[in-house]
Design a protein around this ligand. Structure first.
Ligand SMILES: Nc1ncnc2c1ncn2[C@@H]1O[C@H](COP(=O)(O)OP(=O)(O)OP(=O)(O)O)[C@@H](O)[C@H]1O
Length: 669
């Protein structure tokens, strides 16, 4: 019996375990092949004893877990609604829905509180690592090791202490074929249900579908299904195809339908995958057609498309709709929804959004977003695109501060084959051309080198681009949004930014208020909590919220989002209120160091529990160099202290300070 079907009967498992313990072998057929292979790995590679306890199994600290969650942000964002949906399906059956990363680290759990307590006794909870190396044969670790969905039931768990569990898990791969993690449903073995594996597998497919849709929002892609009605449903196969005929992305369903392996992504041609030449595909209209296939394979329905819409996000919260597998896309959200979602009640921000709304579909008016680090310039740019009529076209973001001067030019304008040493043999179209029809977002435009500013100006004036190394000029049409934490007018005055470009970019400036000046802190916290744990009704303790209102938040919403994320990660199952206990050390230290009657933004400093210098509160208007000199010195001192505390790790220091890595690099440059 394959590992992915029904569980092995209890007497067969007992017999298999007895043979294993007595003779070190199991007669073939007693338990599934992949599980037998796993038992052998546990003994021979990992030296585990069936009756033993895991020795030295790693468990992530709250801070490490918060970092892992941040690192896996995209996976988490797509997995959480699916997990909430699965939880609804298995609620009351003594089970947990779990998400692990590709190393078996449990990232998130959603499930019944009494069972969560029992599961926690064997460390089946976020932060623990369930790879085979530490926990023996188990659905999460073994699905990762075997790369396939499977059930591990009762005594099939290598360690007898896990024998009270029945677990079904399915791997999740990204569109490029890389294993991202595992979705698992674990419960009490007495509550085994034969549909659980199908549920886990469907959940993993839903997540993959969402990941594909997010990754391949633009470009040529194919939908595949054995039935015409299945096109557009979560069960369809999705294949991304390059214009020169290579398979560049696929979900698991597409790989299975076409008999491809993950390693074929990027290595197989469309011709090999479908028996169709890419020109024939490109010539095809948008109507579905039946694709005959040789070798006795059933024909497939195929639809060729450019640009994807997020079809299933909305449906997931309503199980009945999802089970019915919608065949027609839901009505696209109203054009202003994406902006409305950002409006949490602050009057200044509300006014900014109202101004933005008026020019939403006037692409001739370029937008310039200005605000301190972490105020949400990137988030707003994406919302402006998502709320516009161009939302099904590409959104292309380029961070002008993150690329060396020599690369920005090639990245933006593209290059011909062999245009410079190290150029790829195919050449590249460049990000400006990729944004054709959609939105080009130039972040940190104030950091663009002067020489390139001239070139960008020419593109904006002529609306056409010529790749590096020469070649034909190509007409381009895009909505331009630029962002900067610097005041560009000051940069112009200082001679660092071209005046003519400044006027060309500045159709309308939208200013994002710093968090310390926003009046909607509780509503914003509520929104962040909801995004972090959609299935739980969490809130922040009132006293803590009052303290939040007095903090200076140099990292703005980014810092607040990190604090909320850590708070949620540290809450126990069943706990709903984030108190000071669940806050990161540096925030607690800053709160403790604040005089009881200090008004919002008052200047204080302090030392955190770990000896780290706590955040420095300061009056509004400093953070990115606009403020008084003494404050800048204080902030630099803090940056140095945090960098020292992290051993010079810039990413970690930026996270602790609540600022972006770019900002930190700028400050230490
Ligand atoms: N309105 C919002 N709602 C929810 N989260 C937000 C909002 N604004 C910002 N964030 C959070 O803050 C983080 C930082 O936002 P964003 O990258 O848009 O800021 P930024 O102003 O572009 O920062 P930087 O200038 O440092 O690049 C985001 O990842 C997001 O988690």
């Amino acid at each position: 019996m394959p590992a992915s079907e029904a569980p092995t009967p209890p007497d067969r498992i007992r017999q298999a375990r007895r043979q294993w313990l007595d003779t070190g072998t199991v007669a073939s057929g007693l338990i599934a092949g992949p599980l037998q292979a796993s038992w052998a790995r546990c003994r021979d590679h990992y030296g585990l004893a069936p009756e033993g306890r895991p020795q030295g199994a790693p468990h992530a600290s709250a801070a490490q877990l918060a970092r892992a969650l941040e690192h896996r942000h995209t996976l988490m964002a797509h997995a959480k609604p699916v997990m909430a949906f699965l939880h609804d399906q298995v609620q009351g059956s003594d089970s947990l829905v779990l998400l692990a990363d590709a190393h078996g680290l449990l990232l998130h759990a959603s499930g019944d509180a009494p069972f969560a307590d029992r599961a926690a006794r064997v460390a089946l909870r976020p932060g623990a690592v369930w790879s085979e190396q530490w926990r023996g044969t188990n659905a999460i670790g073994t699905a990762l090791a075997e790369g396939q969905p499977l059930v591990v039931h009762a005594g099939e768990h290598y360690l007898s202490r896990n024998g009270f569990l029945t677990c079904a898990a399915a791997p999740i791969a990204d569109p490029a074929g890389q294993l991202l993690g595992v979705l698992d449903i674990s419960g009490d073995r007495r509550g085994y249900h034969r549909h659980t594996l199908a549920l886990a597998r469907s959940g993993a497919r839903m997540i993959e579908h969402q990941l594909f849709t997010a990754r391949h929002a633009a470009g040529l892609h194919l939908r595949l299904h054995p039935q015409a009605e299945g096109l557009g449903s979560v069960t369809e196969g999705l294949l991304a195809v390059s214009e020169d005929g290579w398979v560049t992305g696929a979900n698991t369903a597409a790989l299975e339908l076409l008999g491809l392996a993950r390693r074929d992504i990027g290595a197989a041609t469309v011709e090999r995958a479908l028996g169709l030449d890419v020109r024939a595909l490109l010539a095809q209209g948008a109507a579905p057609r039946l694709l005959p296939r040789g070798g006795g394979s059933a024909p497939l329905w195929l639809r060729v498309e450019r640009g994807l819409t997020l079809r299933h996000t909305v449906a997931l919260s309503t199980p009945a709709v999802t089970r019915a597998a919608p065949h027609t896309p839901p009505t696209p959200p109203a054009a202003t929804d994406a902006l409305a979602a950002l409006d949490t009640g602050d009057a200044a921000f509300h006014a900014t959004l109202a101004r933005a709304r008026r020019v939403l579909d006037k692409p001739a008016i370029p937008l310039l977003l200005h605000g301190e680090t972490g105020t949400g310039k990137d988030v707003l740019a994406r919302a402006l695109h998502a709320g516009s009529a161009r939302r099904s076209q590409p959104f292309v973001a380029v961070n002008c501060a993150a690329l060396p001067e020599t690369l920005i030019e090639a990245e933006l304008f593209g290059y011909r084959p062999g245009a410079f040493t190290g150029a790829s043999r195919q050449g590249a179209p460049g990000r400006i051309r990729e944004a054709h029809g959609g939105t080009l977002f130039l972040d940190e435009i104030g950091d663009m080198p002067l020489a390139l500013q001239a070139r960008l100006l020419r593109v904006l004036e002529a609306r056409e681009v010529t790749p590096l190394g020469g070649g034909a000029t190509v007409a381009v049409d895009f909505r331009l949004i630029c962002a900067s934490h610097r005041r560009l007018a000051d940069e112009v005055a200082a001679g660092r930014f071209r005046e003519d470009l400044y006027y060309r970019l500045n159709g309308l400036t939208l200013t994002l208020p710093p968090l310390r000046e926003r009046s909607d802190l509780p509503a914003l916290v509520g929104r962040l909590l909801q995004a972090e744990a959609p299935e739980r009704a969490l809130r922040v303790d009132e006293a803590v919220m009052a303290e939040f209102a007095r903090l200076r938040w140099p990292g703005n919403v980014r810092q607040l989002a990190n604090v909320v994320r850590t708070g949620v990660a540290l809450l126990g199952d069943g706990e709903e209120v984030i108190t000071a206990e669940e806050l990161p050390d540096d925030v607690r230290a800053e709160m403790a160091a604040m005089p009881a009657d200090s008004p919002r933004g008052a200047k204080v400093s302090g030392r955190g529990a770990g000896g780290e210098v706590a955040a420095v509160a300061a009056p509004a208007g400093d953070a990115e160099g606009d403020g008084p000199e003494d404050l800048r010195r204080l902030t630099d001192a803090r940056i140095r202290a945090v960098l020292a505390a992290t051993g010079g790790n810039v990413s970690e220091a930026a996270r602790r300070l609540g600022i972006s890595r770019n900002t930190l690099y700028r400050r230490i440059a």
